[in-house]
Design a protein around this ligand. Structure first.
Ligand SMILES: NC(=O)c1ccc[n+]([C@@H]2O[C@H](COP(=O)([O-])OP(=O)(O)OC[C@H]3O[C@@H](n4cnc5c(N)ncnc54)[C@H](O)[C@@H]3O)[C@@H](O)[C@H]2O)c1
Length: 347
């Protein structure tokens, strides 16, 4: 039975990590830590275990693995410390706030020979899993172009805080570009089975403000044009200013067909084959800020994947190498926007 600690007991811990560990019979929640002690105490009341008063105290409590669910700027330091102490780590996205920190995390996992998984849950959405299989089987031919979108009304609709660290450049580093863009960038790698090698990007704070009316410290919209190794070219738009329904859709345009993921409210996967047949498949509903379960299941599968990887040594949903590959694209997008030019991505 794995002993699990959680560092950072905010929203993602409350709605995903803690309940999903509690549902998994192979592990037990034993330790919690948060800057705000009452948050760790609340988790203890719900799930048992003990609250600790520092990261070190939690890591010395005999845990086998930890979830790192703190603000982005602390992902690297906390994860590396845990790996060096011999714990397996499930870290939330985005991996870290500098490329050097992302590389250091990957190195620490390798040196310690421990699992480091990143919480890229879009890889588990059923329509994405099926789309990847269909693309690999050549059902839509060669992918020529694509577009992917992830937009919602912003983190204040998620955490309930109008002034959160998500808006603070020193704590978050990026706005929508990395908060949402890392999901979609990684998803493109996952669906297309090849890396993005070049990017042209722009990101801006178009609308979002602090309660005092001043603009937030990070971008609320990012626009990227990506080119893959085989030459497929397409766009990613991520946004914190879609104030109505969330958009989490992806469309791949191939030589033999077009594949739509989460672009239709009923059919999560639609495949238009150019032979005249159109498949409409209702697989699941995408998780959203308001709804965290997929297809009526309690679990998104993220925690199950991590626990399985730790127990068996099999690859996890998204290991450090895959996460680093996607983060390189995000940092390149930032550079592209700042320098107003195409950036080739180091592979
Ligand atoms: N996979 C996803 O889809 C997804 C969704 C939402 C958030 N996240 C990620 O999860 C992480 C947490 O986000 P959240 O929505 O839970 O935010 P949140 O603000 O609700 O919670 C963060 C918690 O961590 C605590 N904290 C921050 N830094 C800390 C530190 N160094 N040590 C101890 N406690 C610390 C805060 O007090 C707070 O309770 C972020 O990196 C975010 O990007 C991922």
């Amino acid at each position: 039975m794995l002993r699990i600690g959680i560092i950072g007991c905010g929203k993602i811990t409350q709605v995903r990590h803690a309940p999903e560990y509690a549902e998994n019979p192979e592990c037990r929640l034993t330790a919690f830590y948060d800057f705000l002690p009452e948050r760790a105490q609340d988790m203890v009341k719900l799930y048992g275990g003990q609250a600790y008063d520092s990261v070190d105290a939690l890591l010395n409590s005999g845990v086998d693995a930890v979830s790192v669910c703190v603000a982005n700027a602390d992902h690297a330091a906390v994860s590396i410390k845990a790996l060096q102490k011999g714990m397996h780590v499930l870290c939330e996205k985005p991996m870290a706030t500098t490329l050097a920190d992302c590389k250091a995390m990957a190195r620490a996992a390798e040196d310690a020979n421990r699992t480091l998984m990143l919480g890229h849950n879009q890889r588990l959405a059923k329509a994405h899993v099926e789309a990847r299989r269909r693309v690999a089987a050549g059902e839509i031919g060669r992918v020529i172009s694509f577009r992917t979108t992830f937009g919602h009304s912003g983190p204040e609709g998620w955490t309930g805080q109008k002034n959160s660290w998500f808006f603070d450049k020193s704590r978050a580093a990026f706005g929508a570009l990395a908060d949402l863009g890392i999901h979609k960038t990684d998803l493109l790698h996952y669906l297309l089975g090849e890396p993005i090698v070049a990017v042209k990007a722009d990101f801006r704070t178009l609308d979002k403000k602090y309660p005092d009316g001043s603009p937030i410290g990070v971008d609320d919209n990012a626009f990227c044009i990506y080119r893959t190794q085989s030459g497929a070219t397409g766009q990613m738009h991520v946004s914190w200013t879609f104030y109505g329904e969330e958009d989490n859709s992806t469309v791949l345009y191939g030589t033999k067909g077009i594949l739509h993921c989460y672009a239709d409210p009923t059919y999560s996967l639609i495949i238009e084959h150019f032979n005249g047949e159109t498949e409409r498949i209702a697989l699941d509903e995408m998780t959203s800020n308001k709804k965290q379960t997929t297809g009526g299941r309690v679990s998104t599968g993220v925690i199950d994947s991590f626990v399985h990887s730790v127990r068996t040594g099999e690859p996890s949903l998204c290991d450090a190498r895959e996460a680093l590959k996607a983060m390189r694209v995000i940092f390149a997008a930032e550079r592209s926007a700042l320098e107003n030019r195409d950036i080739q991505i180091e592979q």
